[in-house]
Design a binder for this molecule. Structure first.
Ligand code: AHR
Length: 671
């Protein structure tokens, strides 16, 4: 525990009360008003909440409090910013001054809270929940995958309206807020696939039930009722239903998001037949407490971002949707006494028949899934890309080692750089009846067939390192790996800074790019991230871009060809991995040039050999992409078998290493 301010407990509480809300003191004192013996508290968590008026945020706060209560040495101080970012900045300052060990913050406003979060992160670990801040100055972000939520709502609308199609009205949250933007974009992306379905109108109701009701009563007075309403939370979905009832409209399919327990929470509304479906939007409270413990215990392999899974709940699946304990006490909107009786059976929208849903795992499966624990070791089939780079070799080692440590029976196949080999390997895993399949897809596209076979066989698929580009997200469960786009951006940002005072007289920075495997996620995204970042900067341009498949020798050969054929000056090499950069260094030296001086070189991976090259002055910067994914992969496999809730994406934590820090950092490299 960090050293607290040298003031007595009552004084501390007073500070918190003055600076924030009454709830802060209440939470610190505990449920029964018992005072806490400060010496027994080893982990003091400050929770800075954006507001405590939205039921979803109340549920998040309760979840954190409940999870923390299971640890006798942990306490949580909660502050309520009442939706004011100025107040939230002051709340964080008070929490820091008090001496918390870790800050959990759910920001009111991403941009406005970024500086204080960065300031907090300089002195302690920070978990950002729900709304992200800008940049990466925090320990861990946990939040819902709002775009996916939007897509799921759209997919469900398409199932409801079917081939006859129809019209959709969207009820959005707060204008400009990230969940509003992302859920809308996801909905539109999905609906655009169905020519018979049209989004005819969209209103903004600030997440509030009454506002949605008022706006829609006015709307229904002058325009035709839609066939379906997609509301971005359950409160507004309920408001839409109330408006439809007041306007005397017939049944409309209404879909909400949140899936909270309690009277008139989303689950209750589905149960009453008011909503056709709700999509559970996990608050991340449990995950935040679990990771807070791991962070404070200084565990290795803490990810940078975790995107939580949504799950559809309809009348057909409501029985298995278990709200967290106590949710009923905290999630009921304040003035629900006048909640209407459920419509009678004839009026209620018929829920789609979910009874015949396939038994195979579905990406939407999550909280409350049955444990699949087996008495024998878990059997995992892993289809690797190949052994094209030292990164890949380290990745294979990490997977094999982590499986061994976890007692998982690993069936490992080397795809030898061919998609067909990986497909064959996955088929063989299905034939063997493994419990779980994981693979690192060599390219993004072309996996539908084999993954549908895995789904039909009831075997879940995890993506390790690389993502796929598929129409159907339900064909895989969880991705564990890097943010390749960000790696491209980081390489470009470093370069822009480095070249500031080093440009030639003509102001031009002529860049050669060596790309990874054509069609692979890292090659596509590193290129996109890099190009998008240099686009806004005068003089920077990619003059040649060649594929070298992540191989050292191909990097050397391509660079040789480029140096021999390129008529103009080459200022910079951006290589999508270190191996290609190391190969290119040989070619540059063979051409009588000085790598790192005549040609500035930035690459990705941060393997040990890159540090050796940086120390020798031949490479200028490497952007980390960690291959050490084995432990996190085994964790999700074990969690899946235990029936635990799984995130959709777990993004690893990575850094940028410029040559100046290579000497110091090399001793800590693990690959
Ligand atoms: O998918 C990750 C990439 O694959 C690494 O950056 C590269 O070295 C590897 O071969």
């Amino acid at each position: 525990m960090r050293k607290r301010l040298g003031i007595a407990l009552p004084a501390i509480i007073a500070v918190v009360v003055l600076g924030a809300s009454f709830l802060a003191a209440w939470a610190f004192l505990g449920e029964a008003g018992r005072s806490v013996e400060p010496s027994s508290v080893r982990r003091l968590i400050g929770l800075s909440q954006a507001n405590l008026s939205e039921p979803w945020r109340i549920a998040m706060t309760e979840e954190i409090r409940r999870e923390a209560a299971a640890h006798s040495d942990m306490r949580v101080i909660v502050t309520d910013a009442v939706d004011s970012y100025g107040r939230q900045v002051a709340d964080v300052e008070h929490l820091l001054a008090y001496g918390i060990d870790l800050l959990i913050i759910s920001p009111t406003d991403s941009a406005a809270l970024t500086p204080i979060v960065a300031q907090a992160y300089r002195s302690l670990p920070v978990i950002v929940l729900d709304r992200a801040v800008e940049g990466y100055a925090y320990t861990l972000y946990i939040g819902p995958d709002n775009r996916l939520i939007g897509r799921e709502t759209g997919r469900y609308v398409s199932e409801l309206l079917g081939a006859r199609g129809g019209t959709v009205l969207e009820v959005a949250g707060r204008e400009g807020s990230p969940p509003t933007i992302d859920r809308s974009a996801g909905l539109r992306e999905e609906i655009s696939k169905y020519p018979g379905i049209r989004i005819v109108d969209a209103v903004t109701a600030d997440w509030l039930r009454d506002r949605a009701e008022d706006i829609l009563v006015d709307k229904f007075a002058v325009s035709r009722a839609p066939d379906a309403i997609v509301a971005q939370n359950d409160a507004m979905a309920f408001g839409a239903w109330l408006a439809a009832r007041r306007s005397g409209l017939g049944p409309i399919d209404i879909i909400g998001v949140d899936g909270l327990g309690g009277t008139n929470g989303g689950l209750d509304l589905v149960d009453k037949g008011i909503l056709s479906a709700t999509f559970i939007c996990p608050t991340g409270g449990k995950e935040a407490v679990d990771y807070a413990i791991d962070i404070l215990d200084k565990k290795d392999g803490i990810p940078k971002k975790i995107y939580l899974r949504t799950r559809k709940v309809t009348a057909g699946t409501i029985a298995s949707a278990t709200p967290p304990p106590d949710a009923a006490d905290v999630t009921a909107p304040p003035d629900d006494a006048d909640a209407p009786a459920p419509p009678d059976a004839a009026d209620a929208t018929a829920p789609p028949d979910d009874a015949d849903a396939p038994a195979a795992p579905d990406a939407a499966e999550g909280r409350g899934a049955p444990a699949r624990a087996v008495t024998r070791p878990i059997r995992l089939g892993f289809a690797q890309v190949g052994s094209e780079s030292r990164w890949r070799i380290a990745n294979t080692r990490s997977v094999v080692e982590a499986a061994r440590k976890a007692g998982i029976e690993l069936h490992f196949v080397d795809g030898k750089q061919k998609q067909e080999n990986q497909i064959e390997a996955i088929r063989s895993f299905i034939g063997m009846g493994v419990d779980v399949i994981a693979f690192s897809p060599i390219v993004e596209k072309g996996w539908e067939g084999v993954l549908a076979e895995a789904k039909a066989a009831g075997i879940p698929v995890f993506l390790s390192d690389r993502e796929v580009d598929l129409q159907d997200d339900s064909l895989w469960l969880t991705f564990v790996g890097s943010d390749f786009m960000e790696e491209g951006r980081r390489a470009a940002r470093w370069l822009i800074g480095y070249m500031k005072d080093r440009k030639n007289a003509d102001g031009q920075v002529r860049i050669v790019e060596l790309r990874g495997t054509e069609g692979s996620a890292p090659a596509l995204d590193r290129n996109r991230g890099f190009e998008a970042t240099i686009a806004g900067h005068d003089g920077f341009s990619i003059v040649r871009s060649e594929t070298a498949n992540f191989y050292l020798d191909q990097g050397r050969d391509r660079m040789r060809e480029i140096l021999a054929s390129e008529t103009g000056r080459i200022d910079v090499l951006f290589a999508h991995n270190d191996d290609m950069a190391l190969g290119a260094i040989e070619a540059i030296e063979d051409a009588g040039l000085v790598p790192g001086k005549d040609i500035v070189i930035v690459s990705v991976d941060a393997i040990r050999e890159a540090f050796v090259a940086m120390i020798a002055g031949k490479l200028n910067c490497t952007v980390e992409c960690t291959p050490l994914l084995g432990p996190q992969l085994m964790k999700v496999v074990q969690d899946y078998m235990a029936g635990k809730d799984l995130p959709t994406r777990i993004v690893t934590s990575e850094e940028v290493f410029p040559a100046e820090i290579a000497k110091k950092a090399i001793s800590e490299r693990k690959y």
